[in-house]
Ligand binder design. Structure first.
Ligand SMILES: *Cc1c(COP(=O)(O)O)cnc(C)c1O
Length: 368
């Protein structure tokens, strides 16, 4: 089976973990500090703050911007649940806006319609590894005094006009979950250029304790600390981030060349000026396809090819957001896209000849 995802664990990751275990400092310590320093340097931001998940990073980010009960936060319904849950955790209202078909992300025109006096933040997602086009949204946000949180959980190392993911909002949140482009099993990071945001994030991850005075608590906080064991893995991965991402890009290019011109099969688009790091390589099987998406997936499985649907149901259709009165039909583009998407294995462990095999199999499925 060619898996849709597989973490890369080399002897370097293993000995880094063993070294930390032998050092005796296994919880948050010098490795976490080193990761923060090196990740900020990699992204080109002033600060990075590590967390034990991407969800915790988004949560801390919203807290650090002062998001609270009574506030509204606009985001996309076509994303992983962890984009929206931290908004609920802060007691704020999740306001969805529909996406554009071309890049699967928020449509700025739809966002504009949802802005009220209560809107405090917008959370776009750099979905599948491509940086969202923030230009129009930034103007809109600045005009209305709204903060932007970049959900960069899928886009570590991605770029737009030469600028790295992590720089496009007031802050950005990354995930180091096992399937992400770099990982440490579970972990996350916030990047920002704002000292106050960085300080608030550090306080929030440690029970609201001041960084300066031990056992002085200023506000509600959580235990969101990353361990040095995990940070040691992430540091090894960070050394190879560009190698890994370039292999993903190479694999994606092979697919883009090999799968062109099949009726009903829409290939992902890389927007001009973007370095798309292909966390996922996502096709759309549209109604003009000779077979349904489910048939397509079944045929791939039969041939030993893994695939995934990210995401099968837009967030507004889930029980946990029912209280806002959303219903089917509210976000037609998201709902349509959710029925069409399917992702192919693109990660660095997929060999070139496997990409060739998958391409050939798909052409056979479509008899082209
Ligand atoms: C992975 C992911 C998250 C959350 O990350 P965890 O580390 O799993 O908590 C948030 N948003 C998006 C878009 C993600 O893909």
């Amino acid at each position: 089976m060619i898996n849709i995802t597989k973490p890369i664990i080399t002897d370097n990751e293993i000995s880094a973990v063993v070294d930390v275990m032998r050092s005796g400092t296994i919880a948050q310590g010098p490795k976490v500090a080193e990761l923060e320093e090196k990740f900020a340097a990699y992204c080109g931001t002033k600060y990075a703050v590590a967390f034990n998940s991407g969800t915790a990073a988004i949560h801390a980010g919203l807290y650090s911007l002062g998001i609270k009960e009574g506030d509204e936060v606009i985001t996309t319904p076509f994303t992983f649940i962890a984009t929206a849950n931290p908004i609920l955790m802060q007691g704020a209202k999740v306001v969805f806006a529909d996406i554009s078909e071309s890049d699967f992300n928020l449509d700025p025109k739809e966002v504009e319609k949802k802005i009220t006096k209560k809107t405090k933040a917008i959370v776009p997602v750099d979905l599948y590894g491509q940086v969202f086009n923030y230009k129009d949204l930034r103007k809109l946000a600045a005009k209305n005094g709204i903060k932007i949180v970049e959900d960069a959980c899928q886009s570590a190392g991605a770029e737009q006009s030469g600028e790295k993911s992590g720089n496009f909002g007031d802050l950005a949140a990354f995930s180091l979950y096992a399937t992400k482009n770099i990982m440490c099993a579970e972990g996350g990071l916030v990047t920002t250029n704002d000292l106050k945001i960085a300080e608030n994030c550090k306080m929030f991850r440690h029970h609201g304790q001041s960084e300066k005075v031990k056992y002085e608590y200023f506000d509600l906080g959580y235990n969101y600390r990353l361990t040095d064991i995990s940070a040691a893995i992430a540091l090894e991965q960070l050394k190879k981030i560009d190698v890994y991402n370039n292999k993903r890009i190479h694999n994606a290019e092979k697919y883009l060349q090999g799968l062109v011109g099949i009726k009903g099969l829409v290939l992902p688009k890389v927007n001009q000026g973007n370095k798309h790091v292909f966390h996922q390589f996502t096709l759309r099987i549209t109604p003009d396809s000779a077979i349904t998406r489910e048939e397509f997936i079944a045929k791939l499985t039969e041939a030993g090819i893994g695939s995934g649907i990210y995401y099968p149901k837009p967030l507004h259709m889930h029980q946990c957001f029912k209280k806002y009165g959303y219903r089917e039909g509210d976000f037609p583009i998201s709902e349509k896209i959710a029925k069409e998407v399917v992702s192919l294995p693109v990660h660095p462990l997929v060999a070139e000849q496997e990409i060739g095999f998958i391409t050939k199999t798909i052409k056979k499925i479509y008899k082209v």
